[in-house]
Design a protein around this ligand. Structure first.
Ligand code: BGC
Length: 464
């Protein structure tokens, strides 16, 4: 109780010192506009994540000629980003806990700019790969810290949908990359340089916009800056919610562990960590990026001409975008667990359809229908909800490190799936390959039914 009074006093202070933060107008606060604006700024990290992973598909045919790349070198050019992501995620956890979420996001923004300019001006494949790895660091960091930051500023009732904004921007980033590649393709021999260079613009915007968002109040409270944390929470959520949240946050910090890497593996966190790692693994092993990275190849193998294959790829992007909105609508209403369970079920069904269609050489329209159902199911469930739940599972003092341990499995699994998919397609055929993926979707269904706990509407501190 004493704690409550203290917090109330902090928030009611007559002349609080002006924090070095962007102060929203009263009208913006009342409409929740400020909350949405700062979430969108953080979600720009998702936009760059999406753009950077997708841009390479348009660049490859041109640098292949320019640098006379062998098959192995092409493999390196494509996978170097994902290797960078793995390292980026591993390295970002500790600084996010030590120096704050904002500083780490700004570092990612700088890396995005450097990588865009570096790859665009590369004159050898080695330099290209080095700057791609740097871009990977940035993608890895953004994939973790953007959802984390949003989860930490959002009020419990809206947290799911705000974190899902990050999936929406990932998908928008992918679409923007496809379109910008398409528009730049006829700009002459330096076309691929322009394709890569354009990313510097949104990255710069991200860097500048970050100056106008406040630091995460939960991180500030963890560092003992409770007064500033309370002021920021009040600006975001209004006084009433801020007082309640500060009380919960302060109580949660009383029994905190030392926040070291070891603490992530203490028995108390074993279950959340297992759920985090499991969700990360299943988001990727169920095969989303076999479609995202290899859609034209799949369509071609199912008998479509290359031209219509490209149109279908755009269709995939649009479905991906539209169904991310479905998640935003449902995630705080229906909850995380039902979406994960239903999504895994629908993905199993669509992959079985795909497998049968390949095994029996059915009409290519069935292949298309199965792929679209798969994409729609992923982008309204496992896609966004994985990031939502992983950003909710862990206590404030180890969130950075524990998220890093979980999310590294997104990237490791992504690396192996995208590496092995073409090999499997060749060795065991489309029918069997998609059957294997359907089996993993079924496991994801069972995993979510048994282990994932509902986090809808709870304060982060009530979850762990
Ligand atoms: C996944 C990516 C995927 C993207 C597009 C993200 O949630 O982590 O691997 O490419 O969604 O759907």
């Amino acid at each position: 109780m004493k704690q409550t009074q203290n917090q109330t006093k902090v928030i009611n202070t007559q002349n609080p010192p002006t924090p070095p933060q962007f102060i929203p107008k009263q009208s913006e606060r009342a409409s929740g506009l400020y909350l949405y604006l700062i979430s969108i700024v953080a979600a720009l990290g998702g936009l760059l994540f999406g753009f950077d992973t997708a841009v390479i598909s348009g660049v490859i045919p041109f640098i292949e000629k320019q640098f006379m790349l062998s098959g192995t070198e092409i493999g390196w050019v494509v996978s170097s980003l994902i290797l960078g992501c793995i390292v980026g995620v591993i390295l970002a956890g500790a600084p996010a806990d030590k120096y704050g979420r904002k500083k780490v996001l700004s570092t990612a923004a700088v890396l995005f700019v450097v990588s865009a300019l570096g790859t665009a001006s590369a004159n050898s494949v080695l330099v290209f790969v080095i700057f791609r790895v740097l871009g990977g660091f940035a993608v890895g960091i953004a994939s973790m810290v953007s959802p984390m930051y949003i989860a930490e500023i959002a009020p419990a009732k809206q947290r799911g949908r705000l974190v899902s904004l990050n999936q929406l921007t990932i998908v928008i980033g992918i679409l923007v990359a496809f379109f910008s590649n398409y528009l730049l393709v006829d700009t002459g021999e330096n076309n691929w340089r322009w394709m890569l260079c354009v990313m510097a613009l949104p990255a710069l915007l991200f860097f500048v916009a970050l100056f106008f968002v406040p630091e995460s109040p939960r991180w500030l409270a963890l560092k003992g800056k409770t007064q500033l944390a309370a002021q920021i929470l009040e600006k975001i959520n209004g006084k009433e919610i801020a007082v309640r949240e500060m009380e919960i946050i302060s109580n949660s910090l009383k029994n905190k562990s030392d926040g070291s890497f070891k603490a992530v593996f203490l028995p108390a966190l074993r279950m959340p960590l297992m759920i985090g790692v499991g969700l990360a693994f299943f988001q990727q092993i169920t095969g989303i990026n076999t479609i995202m990275y290899y859609a034209p190849l799949i369509f071609e193998k199912s008998g479509l001409s290359i031209n219509s294959a490209i149109y279908q790829t755009i269709l995939i992007g649009v479905i991906n975008l539209v169904f991310s909105l479905v998640a935003i609508y449902f995630v705080d209403k229906a909850g995380r667990k039902p979406l994960l369970v239903i999504g895994s079920l629908l993905m199993t069904i669509s992959l079985l359809m795909l497998s049968i269609s390949f095994a029996y050489n059915l009409n290519s329209m069935i292949t298309l229908a199965a792929i679209l159902l798969f994409i729609a199911s992923f982008s309204s469930t496992l896609g966004p909800v994985t990031w939502v739940v992983i950003s909710e599972l862990f206590p404030n003092n180890v969130r950075g490190k524990a998220m890093s341990v979980s999310i590294v499995f997104v990237w490791i699994t992504c690396f192996f799936v995208s590496l092995l998919f073409p090999v499997l397609l060749e060795k065991i055929g489309g029918g069997n390959t998609f059957l294997v993926l359907a089996f993993f979707c079924l496991l994801s269904l069972l995993f979510n039914l048994k282990f994932t706990k509902e986090t809808k509407g709870k304060e982060l501190e009530e979850i762990n």
